[in-house]
Design a protein. Structure first.
Length: 31
């Protein structure tokens, strides 16, 4: 795996985690 591929995979994973955290935060504040 090249550095660029690793960076892309990390970026996608980080974005997914960030969206999950935002989703949980919104859901909890909406409760």
């Amino acid at each position: 795996m090249t550095d660029l591929q690793a960076l892309i995979v990390f970026g996608v994973f980080f974005t997914f985690v960030l969206l999950a955290i935002i989703g949980v935060t919104v859901a909890m504040s909406r409760d």
